[in-house]
Design a protein around this ligand. Sequence first.
Ligand code: HEM
Length: 503
Amino acid sequence: MDYLQHLLIPIVSTLLLLFLLKSFRNSKSTGKYPPSPPALPFIGHLHLLKSRLPTSLENLAKRYGPLMRIRLGANEFVVASDEKSAREILKTFDADFASKFMPGLTNFHLYEDSSFIGAPYSDYWKLMKTLCMTRLFTGSQLDRFIGIGEEETCKLIKLLLMRSKAGEPCDLTEELSEVTNNMIYRMIVGRRCSKNLGQAAEIRNFILDSLEHAAKFDLGEMFGPLQKFDLFGNGKKIKSALMGYDRLIEQIMKDYEDNDLNNCGNDHEKDVMDILLETYKDTNAKVKLTRDQIKNFFMEIFMAGVDTIIAAIRTAMAELINHPNILKRLREEIDSVVGNNRLNDESSASKLPYLQAVVMETLRLHHPSPILRRLSRKDSKINGFDVKKGSRVFINIHTIMRDPNHYEEPEKFKPERFLANRAEVKGQDFHYIPFGSGRRACPGSYLAIPVMHLVIGALIQCFDWEVKDGDKADNKAKGSGYSGACPSPLMCYPNARFDPFQE
Ligand code: HEM
């Protein structure tokens, strides 16, 4: 007991001293910093985050204002919750806020310092973002992706027609998960591996495994000092899942290299792996890509691309099932434009304004990844307050896209609002920024929007939907709301009303 006391007293007093010194330093610092709720020693404001992170931050912002500071464990964050602050961070001072910080679970990474999504504003990030915007997700790759999207949508509809014939229910989330994962997999390695969709499922399982164990860390463990102790062994499980992914992706890369298949003619014939291996082998390149960076990039594309699309389509379908009038209006539009002898395809989308409005309203009300992250590279002034260089910033787009000053009855699903007033999806209207804005905006929006039009249009065109247990589809957001989409099951009966494949 004596021994324990001797050990604990100096530790506790040192920690208290550090805490007091820090508070004293903060109180002495000049400048007008954003307000902050009273904090507890060590945990900061963790005790105030009782519900999902976006809602907790929204409640705090109502008291402390649209730009405030909070502390989670040892990490301080500036939280922006209104259009004005978002515009200043993402547009006026975009270059000063073009860095990001890693989301939190840094101790269990396999590819250290190789992240693209969490990268600082660096030569590596600039190279990859340029590739994304000029070659990987635009032009001929975008055309390829839409073709893949149409093929995978046909497969989904055929499968659901079989379920309908057998009178069986389906978990729509599960079915969407396979289709979306196959689309991204085929976009990345489709030229060599499109017949091996088992491999796509294996990658998905490794990623789901790692996300499942990551979700077991609560915000306290993620941002507090306990993370490195990995008390419940979840960190070890994340690492083991990532090692499985690593073995598989290494084997695929070797396969491409051994068969020298990345040396094919024009961009139209290449897939994303071809383009990245070509860049990797370019001896004249100013910035050299590493193997870990390529592997991590693919993993992040699976993480950023698959669950966001699944969650968005799933929530749109749940809203349509829960609002039969909206579903009816959408179906009438699709029937009148697409007709009754072919399946909805991408080319019809421009003639389907109500379908576009349904997609926009879904991303406003049920955003799959509602907190944007930034790291400031310079001292700056945002919304009248000083924000120091090195500040971690959260932009709560959940709150911004529900601002009652911009949206009448913001909590309601009303696609009509976007017929009268079409906000720009590309992030220039700062009360509607589902894909973020500025340098770090989502490069996948050009892929995601057409896929949503395709799949939702086809599901409404071909089926009546009935929830398996109860009348209403559950559309409550799951997960902490910090680390991204967390689509939950949606058990329902697809009752066929139109079979586009019938001879
Ligand atoms: C409905 C689907 C999607 C939504 C709602 C979505 C949303 C977002 C958001 C909000 C960001 C952060 C933007 C910012 O901080 O300003 C982001 C970043 C990103 N997204 Fe998406 N995304 C979707 C689909 C995709 C797809 C399909 C891909 C790729 C195939 C993708 C790849 C990325 C990447 C690589 C980044 C990081 C960009 C950077 O840091 O420079 N996303 N996404």
